[in-house]
Design a protein around this ligand. Structure first.
Ligand code: ADP
Ligand code: ZN
Length: 221
């Protein structure tokens, strides 16, 4: 089950990926997470990618492709994987076709007002990094972290005007990728306007239908 997840910030992609990862025992591989982890560790790779990330630039294709290719060769990927954040450019999409052609690409969409409500309600503890939501996961005392008593703040990224800009960048970057898989008949668009308990079963049932059918029709030959 080789999957690619695409979706704008705030669509809940990470949550759905985790659910699918648990259900099918395949890893959730986020290139952004890999790069942040390497940067945190201060590895050679980390130092290199940090320069691009800090400038708000994409990491060069050759480098990203090599890292993803290697990651997908690890044993935990033998039954498949969920790629998140990759491919992000057409050269990356073309390379992936060669070394691990995705079976299905899930394109998560949500209305802009839903995304803005989700992200602008997010609060982060300035002290320990714990994440809350004023409506969906409120702290016991408003503005105060349950875990450490630290102050809860709004990340700059989560302000409505910044969210709108991030959404614009997302659409510019991913429209060609979405079209790429659409043209090849491997794209499914999934509506994600509701909360996770509604969207997760929707995602799982799409996958169940898709991945049950093909072995059966093959054995019927
Ligand atoms: P965001 O761009 O929304 O911060 P990510 O967490 O996906 O989200 O990525 C963080 C950074 O890592 C990106 O800004 C970019 O510099 C780099 N990056 C992640 N994935 C890729 C990719 N597929 N191609 C090039 N650069 C990437
Ligand atoms: Zn805290």
């Amino acid at each position: 089950m080789k999957l690619v997840f695409i979706g704008p910030p705030g669509v809940g992609k990470g949550t759905y990926a985790q659910a699918v990862s648990e259900r099918y025992g395949i890893p959730h591989i986020s290139t952004g997470d890999i790069f942040r982890e390497e940067a945190r560790k201060g590895s050679e790779l980390g130092k290199l990618v940090k320069e691009y990330m800090d400038k708000g630039l994409l990491v060069p294709d050759d480098l990203v492709i090599e890292i993803v290719k290697r990651r997908l060769q690890e044993t935990d990927c033998r039954n498949g994987f969920i790629l998140d954040g990759f491919p992000r450019t057409l050269p990356q999409a073309l390379a992936l076709e060669e070394f691990a052609k995705p079976d299905l690409v899930l394109n998560f969409i949500a209305r802009e007002d839903v995304i803005i409500e989700r992200l602008s309600g997010r609060r982060v503890c300035a002290n320990c990094g714990a994440i809350y939501h004023v409506k969906y996961m409120p702290p016991k005392v408003p503005g105060v972290c349950d875990k450490c008593g630290g102050p809860l703040i709004i990340r700059r990224d989560d302000r409505p005007e910044v969210i709108r800009e991030r959404l614009k960048v997302f659409h510019e970057q991913f429209t060609p990728i979405i079209r790429f898989y659409e043209e090849r008949g491997r794209l499914i668009t999934v509506e994600a306007n509701e909360q996770a308990p509604v969207v997760i079963p929707r995602v799982l049932s799409i996958l169940e239908m898709r991945f049950k059918e093909s072995p059966r029709s093959q054995s019927g030959k």
